[in-house]
Design a protein. Sequence first.
Lengths: 152, 152
Amino acid sequence: MERAAAALDGEVRLLLATREQRYTGQRREIVHALAGLGRPATIAELLAATRDLPQSTAYRNLAVLADADVVRRVSGPDGFARFELSEALSGDHHHHVVCESCGLVIDAATSPRLEAALAETARLIAEANGFEVTEHRLELVGRCRRCRAAAC
Amino acid sequence: MERAAAALDGEVRLLLATREQRYTGQRREIVHALAGLGRPATIAELLAATRDLPQSTAYRNLAVLADADVVRRVSGPDGFARFELSEALSGDHHHHVVCESCGLVIDAATSPRLEAALAETARLIAEANGFEVTEHRLELVGRCRRCRAAAC
DNA sequence: GGTAGAGTGAGAGTCATTCTCATTTAGGAG
DNA sequence: CTCCTAAATGAGAATGACTCTCACTCTACC
């Protein structure tokens, strides 16, 4: 973990450098909080997970980090913005399962076979509509364990 | 189209009735505007496409229609809410292609094979995480024809 | 044709997010 | 080490999509 954290910092610093941005203490705190959580975090969760991080700084730095491709913005169904480390950094292509009741978002891996089918579909649709498709996003919507238990 | 419009109205009226809601003139205007557009529409587009529809009424009626499953709310990447006829009404299971540059969202059909793979994936992931998955959403992100032309 | 309850609409209110700007900090030049 | 310049910070104001309020209107049923 020690080693991984250092490697992470190195990559983030590099990504920020290409945008002429510094890797400050607060940005480091945000990145490590996201890395530790392992699922998309809301601003509120980030503020709770860090020390002395003002809201305005959190928003500003997340915008900078998103612009440098360190972080990705995920918009949930509840209107709250959520953030996670970019796939380039985490090295982990995944999709999301969201709870329509409480808004919880967790990561989910997919099979190579599904990914192949998705890529093929993306290619066909892009061709048919004049789009240049750069990314696909799969979202499974349902109810999480906790909400299912509570609703019964 | 005459016939189709009448059938649409009948179904909408039925769906609203189960929620003890009326099918008023303004709701009809909204439904037909959505049917005519054929892709998710923003509030602004709806206001432009209808006569004398105040913003507050639009929002309120869209909430009612969404609650009655006549309409589905789609949250794009640009933070604007978009609305389309529900799959139950349009009878058309489809996914979305969104332009990351201008926010345009269009519909796209998928192949039965991809749908089967998606359903299987959803089942596996649901099982592994204690979720009950009721719906899946696939979003292809890229640049539309117009934005590609403009950016060159 | 009365009336109870649903629908309407103009404007006020809410709240996540963004902007402003005075102050602090970081990092290179000398 | 000490300037110096530009970036970063943070408290609060501003923005804007969306929701709520409430007086008024309409509709369906008696």
